[in-house]
Design a protein around this ligand. Structure first.
Ligand SMILES: [Zn+2]
Ligand SMILES: [Zn+2]
Length: 339
C-alpha cells in the first residue's frame, strides 16, 4: 500500500492508503520525491474536470519528479534509481501531434494528475515515454517546477521569440507569472510585471522584474515602457482574468505579441481595434512538447534562473488538507509535497 492525496471532488481533501501501482507493460514505477501543487488542481478539488474523465480515487499532481523504482515488462533504456521528471500528457504516440512531441494535442489525450493518477502520492506508475531524464544540475523540487511552470514559459517565450530587443509585460504574478518574469529576464528582455498583491510584486522584483505595477491602468504606458512604440512588445497574460486579458489586447503595441496562459473560458474581444488594425499576434499556451525538456533544463541551468525561488512552502503528504486550504485562500504561492 502507499499513501496518496485523494480529492473526492466536493472540495474535501483526504489522505488515504491506496494499492501501490504495479507497472504494466511499457510502464515505469516512480518513487515520488517532489510533487508541486498547481492552481489547475482546483478543478480536481471542485470536481470540475478540466481535462478528460475523473479517476475512481482522484489523486492530483502533475508537476512531479522522483526516482525510478521498478520497470514494467518491455521497458528498455531506463534503469532503477534514475532521476526523472514526469511529462503530463499521455497520448497515442502514433498521430501527427504525438510524433512531433506535442502529445497534449493528441485526440486520445489523457493527463497525469487529472484523469490518470497523479504524483501527490508515494508512488506513481507512468508510461516509459513520460519519464524525462532529470538533469543533475536541478534538485527534485526545482525539477518539479521546471515542468509546468518554467517549461510552459520557456516554450511560449521561444514561440514568441522573446529577446533582449523586447519589453515584456507579465500580467498576473502567481507561480506561472513568476516563472514568466524569471524566464523573460533570462531571455534578456526588459521586464514589467503587474499584480494587485504586494508580496507577489516583491517576488517579481526579486526574480528580475525591472518595474512592477498594481494594475495596467497605473501609468504603464507613461513610464517609457513602450520605448516610443505605443505599448509593450510582448504581453504574457497569466491571471486568466477577463479584464486583464482585455487590457493585454488593448495595450500591446502595434505588431506586438500576446500570449494567453491563464485559463478562461469566455472573453468578448474587439477584433478590429485589438487585432486587425494593430496586426497583433495572439497565441495560446499550454505546457511544452516532450522533446523540449532537455532544452528547458539547459536554459535554466546555464542562465542561472532562480527556479527554486518560486517555491513558497514544502510539506509532507499528511498536510494535504492544509496545503489545499492555503491554495484556496491564496495564502501560499507554490507548495511542494515531499512524500
Ligand atoms: Zn500545473
Ligand atoms: Zn496521438
Amino acid at each position: 500500500m502507499m499513501k496518496a492525496v485523494v480529492l473526492p471532488g466536493d472540495e474535501s481533501v483526504t489522505v488515504r492508503d491506496l494499492p501501490t501501482p504495479e507497472p504494466g507493460f511499457g510502464d515505469v514505477l516512480i518513487k515520488v520525491k517532489a510533487s508541486a501543487v498547481c492552481g489547475s488542481d482546483m478543478s480536481v478539488l471542485r470536481g470540475n474536470q478540466l481535462v478528460g474523465e475523473r479517476q475512481e480515487f482522484p489523486v492530483p499532481g502533475h508537476e512531479v519528479t522522483g526516482t525510478v523504482e521498478k520497470l514494467g515488462p518491455g521497458v528498455t533504456g531506463i534503469s532503477a534509481g534514475d532521476r526523472v521528471a514526469v511529462y503530463l500528457a499521455v497520448g497515442c504516440l502514433r498521430c501527427e501531434y504525438c510524433l512531433e512531441g506535442y502529445v497534449m494535442l493528441c485526440s486520445r489525450l489523457q493527463t497525469i494528475g487529472f484523469d490518470l493518477q497523479g504524483g501527490d502520492a508515494e508512488y506513481i506508475s507512468i508510461p516509459a515515454y513520460n519519464c524525462m531524464p532529470l538533469h543533475s544540475g536541478l534538485s527534485f523540487e526545482e525539477g518539479a517546477v521546471s515542468t509546468d511552470m518554467f517549461g510552459t514559459q520557456f516554450s511560449i517565450q521561444q514561440r514568441l521569440g522573446v529577446s533582449g530587443a523586447d519589453t515584456v509585460l507579465v500580467s498576473g504574478l502567481g507561480p506561472m507569472g513568476s516563472a514568466a518574469v524569471a524566464t523573460a529576464k533570462a531571455n534578456g528582455a526588459r521586464v514589467f510585471a503587474v499584480d494587485p498583491v504586494a508580496h507577489r510584486r516583491e517576488l517579481a522584483l526579486h526574480l528580475g522584474a525591472d518595474e512592477v505595477f498594481e494594475s495596467v491602468d497605473s501609468g504603464i504606458t507613461d513610464l517609457g515602457l513602450s520605448r516610443g512604440r505605443g505599448g509593450p512588445d510582448v504581453i504574457i497574460e497569466c491571471s486568466g482574468n477577463g479584464r486583464a486579458q482585455e487590457s493585454a489586447l488593448n495595450i500591446v503595441r502595434p505588431l506586438g505579441r500576446v500570449a494567453l496562459v491563464g485559463e478562461n473560458a469566455n472573453l468578448t474581444i474587439n477584433p478590429s481595434g485589438q487585432l486587425l488594425r494593430k496586426l497583433t499576434t495572439v497565441v495560446g499556451s499550454w505546457y511544452f512538447p516532450r522533446w523540449q525538456f532537455s532544452h528547458i533544463q539547459e536554459f535554466l541551468i546555464e542562465r542561472k534562473v532562480p527556479v527554486g525561488e518560486i517555491i513558497s512552502h514544502r510539506m509532507p503528504l499528511d498536510d494535504a488538507a492544509k496545503a489545499f486550504e492555503m491554495l484556496v485562500n491564496r495564502s501560499a504561492e507554490k507548495i511542494i509535497f515531499q512524500p
